[in-house]
Design a protein around this ligand. Structure first.
Ligand SMILES: *Cc1c(COP(=O)(O)O)cnc(C)c1O
Length: 482
């Protein structure tokens, strides 16, 4: 089917859907239209966001939402799950084929859910065997209350080593206020304070001293590739399970930009991901695992999850089918190339980047040299129609709330068709905004970390320049809601 024909079908599908929605609650139809207009009209540089295809989006709006299907394919706790079985089996099959994984679990509702499933599966798998045999149980589901009491005690002694939040790790990698930092005794590895880079010798030394049960690799705000073969070596040296959270960069793995040592799937015991970031699917999560870990991951429901979101699993299957097309590899390579163009755009204009550049899909701009906090930079950029998020930089002097950095990613605008010239221009516009933003003062007259003043006319000028690029690369071309 031609692109033009698909656009025309999509357009009429949404026009009609919004009419139906408006007949019940017109304000929701209106907000939905407005959201499209807002997304179309802004430079979306949030590194964790993307634009899913109309096929993926449309798949989510069906009666699969109405079906309960707790359990696994062919083994459900509800009757009438034959079509959900088809959907879940297809999502898992596409995921296994795409990533070369031995096993895939498509049920987690989000990245955090995927990590919870992974943590509990790893614990269940690792405490099974001798420990469960001692309790004369086959698996953790058979445990009595006393057995659980003992298991909790055992789990209380379990250790997790993950990347620290301020070095680019995620909340779920053992950050204290997160459940992962409470269910595990956790320690964190960071990045080198000078270079901002991961130092595998430091990770190894920490692992040898701490002897974690789980070594977590993966990140949300680290602008470089990770050598997962090395991480596996370290895990093996200390008897840890290697879990890789590829939530951010799954699209670069799917698109074969990260191969060999940089592909987590052949090296990790368990891999978790979101499906809505660089992978460009519906909002959701997924777990990949080796055969060895598969049986315990399969118990995600009832261990951690309730009924799966069958409509979202269907959309995952559609998105994974898209990611298996050759065009997705071209897209993924362009995402990485564009991040380089953006980084070079900043460096050539004298801006500071954490680690001095990027080799994945994101750059971390240190805004201290502009005399601003991340919060001020984020707000000023938003005034100019540039959507980013503030982010800590290593050893951040402004803490996790105000921060000193801005995180920028290329997956979304690459989906719109932006290339080298556009990303160079994006760097130019961002530098222009930051150079023309002054920090404000507090009521007491001191320097404020939040208020700021954007130079006159700057926002309009940047919005005009952005509009030209955005018009040239329309989001959902042909989708007309007028
Ligand atoms: C985004 C992200 C998550 C969480 O995903 P949600 O779908 O928001 O729950 C987990 N881990 C990493 C590394 C992430 O970047």
């Amino acid at each position: 089917m031609s692109d033009a024909h698909i656009s025309a079908l999509t357009s009429s599908a949404y026009q009609q859907a919004l009419e139906v929605i408006a007949s019940v609650e017109p304000r929701i139809a209106e907000a939905t239209r407005k959201e499209l207009a807002d997304q179309r009209g802004s430079l979306k540089l949030i590194a964790s966001e993307n634009y899913a295809s109309p096929a993926v989006l449309l798949t989510m709006g069906t009666w699969f939402s109405d079906k309960y299907a707790e359990g696994t394919v062919g083994h459900r706790f509800y009757a009438g799950c034959q079509n959900v079985d088809t959907v879940e089996a297809l999502a898992a099959e596409h995921a296994r084929e795409l990533f070369g994984a031995e096993y895939a679990y498509a049920q987690p509702h989000s990245g955090i859910d995927a990590n919870l499933v992974a943590f509990w599966s790893i614990l269940a798998h690792r405490v099974e065997g001798p420990w469960l045999e001692r309790l004369e149980k086959k698996n953790v589901n058979d445990l009595t209350d006393e057995g659980w009491e003992e298991l909790r005690h055992e789990l209380g002694n379990q250790r997790l080593l993950g990347m620290s939040l301020d070095s680019g790790g995620h909340l779920t990698h053992g950050f204290r206020p997160n459940i992962s930092g409470k269910m595990f005794h956790q320690q964190q590895y960071g990045t080198d304070p000078e270079t901002g880079l991961l130092d595998y010798d430091v990770v190894r030394a920490k692992a040898k001293e701490f002897k974690p049960l789980v070594l977590v690799a993966g990140y949300s705000a680290y602008p470089r590739r990770v050598n997962f073969a090395k991480m596996r070596e370290i895990a093996d040296e200390v008897g840890a399970t290697l879990m890789v959270d590829m939530a951010h960069f799954a699209g670069l793995v799917a698109g074969k930009v990260f191969v060999g040592d940089e592909d987590p799937v052949p090296h990790a015991h368990v891999v978790t991901t979101t499906t809505h970031k660089s992978l460009r699917g519906p909002r959701g999560g997924m777990v990949l695992a080796t055969e060895e870990y598969a049986p315990s991951v399969d118990r995600g429901c009832p261990m951690v999850l309730g009924g799966p979101l069958s409509h979202v699993m269907a959309a995952k299957a559609v998105a994974l089918a898209e990611a298996r097309q050759p065009a997705f590899q071209t897209y993924a390579q362009q995402v990485a190339d564009n991040a380089k163009s953006l980084a070079e755009g900043f460096l050539s204009r004298g801006a500071d980047l954490v680690t001095g550049g990027t080799d994945n899909h994101l750059v971390l701009l240190d805004v201290s040299a502009f005399g601003l906090t991340g919060r001020q930079a984020e707000s000023a950029l938003l005034d100019a129609g540039v959507v980013t998020n503030r982010n800590s930089v290593p050893n951040d002097r402004n803490g996790a709330w105000y921060t000193s950095g801005i995180r920028l990613g290329t997956p979304a605008l690459t989906t719109r068709g932006f290339g080298h010239d556009e990303f160079d221009n994006v760097a130019e516009l961002i530098v222009h905004v930051l150079q023309n933003t002054q920090p404000g003062t507090t009521k007491a007259g001191g320097p404020s970390k939040a208020s700021y003043e954007l130079g006159e006319g700057v926002a309009d000028k940047v919005k005009d320049a952005s509009a030209e690029m955005l018009d040239k690369h329309p989001l959902y071309p042909g989708l007309d809601l007028a």
